[in-house]
Design a protein around this ligand. Structure first.
Ligand SMILES: Nc1ncnc2c1ncn2[C@@H]1O[C@H](COP(=O)(O)OP(=O)(O)O)[C@@H](O)[C@H]1O
Ligand SMILES: [Mg+2]
Length: 235
């Protein structure tokens, strides 16, 4: 009886540990995102608005209407860039596009935005992807792409990324390839489980929560290949 009792006692402990680990990682991730937003607001948006204010003040001293009109046009262009930055920031955090128009237009927007801001060549192919899917599936799929592309830029130093999506009878197949430096996936996962990083784990958890599967393979100097499948049309 005592052995039985012990076993019963041990299990919830292990589950609690796991749950505590996950919530710790989630909180870390939340803090990291807030730090990112704070920095972005301060460094990017704050800077741009300060520059705009100074430029506006200098307009007060201009009498020549022609010069004034030229400077005003410059300022409007500057303001447009800030507006774009705010829009991209907000879309990155939670693309309203995904709620309104779905996965395909969101991915198109994202890929265009990343190519335009980084100059990286992203090849996108989508087959049979015109319909809408369950919102959770669409969000999971988009977040996997976002994380993979972020990693390819930040860590892999890739100059080429290929994203393919294909709708089958009962799933969406996603594959993402980058031609960057590659990494040791097993080691990165071990490291991540200790709470050191969250991206790859969150990717895996998101896919698995939709009932899907993910495989990450990578080789030094050859690049990284991620394949994920998301079930659809479940009854
Ligand atoms: N596409 C990639 N190319 C090269 N290294 C990668 C790639 N994706 C992930 N890594 C490596 O795996 C580590 C863990 O990635 P991740 O869990 O996304 O955390 P983070 O991006 O916050 O560092 C990264 O720090 C990096 O060393
Ligand atoms: Mg990452």
């Amino acid at each position: 009886m005592s052995m039985e009792m012990k076993k019963v006692e041990e299990e919830p402990e292990a589950i609690n540990d796991e749950a505590r680990n996950i919530s710790k990682r989630l909180l870390n991730k939340l803090e990291a995102e807030r730090r990112y937003i704070a920095r972005e607001l301060h460094d990017e948006i704050g800077q741009a608005l300060t520059a705009l204010k100074i430029s506006l003040q200098s307009l007060q001293r201009i009498n020549d209407p022609e010069q004034l009109s030229k400077r005003l046009n410059d300022l409007i262009a500057m303001l447009d860039r800030v507006l774009n930055q705010v829009r991209n920031m907000s879309l990155n955090l939670r693309p309203s596009l995904i709620d309104d128009l779905g996965l395909t237009p969101t991915i198109r927007w994202y890929v265009d935005m990343i190519s335009a801001t980084t100059g990286i060549d992203i090849e996108l192919s989508m087959v049979g992807m015109d319909s809408r899917f369950e919102l959770e599936t669409e969000i999971a799929c988009f977040r996997v792409i976002q994380e993979a592309v972020n990693n390819a830029i930040r860590h892999a130093k890739a100059d080429k990324i290929e994203i393919k999506l294909e709708k089958n009878m009962d799933n969406i197949q996603l594959s993402i390839f980058d031609n960057g430096c590659g990494f040791d996936v097993g080691r990165a996962m071990e490291y991540a489980k200790k709470g050191k990083s969250f991206g790859l784990i969150a990717m895996k958890e998101r896919v698995e929560l939709t009932g899907g599967k993910i495989e990450i393979s990578s080789a030094y100097d050859k690049g990284t290949f991620i394949r994920a499948s998301f079930p659809i049309n479940r009854s």
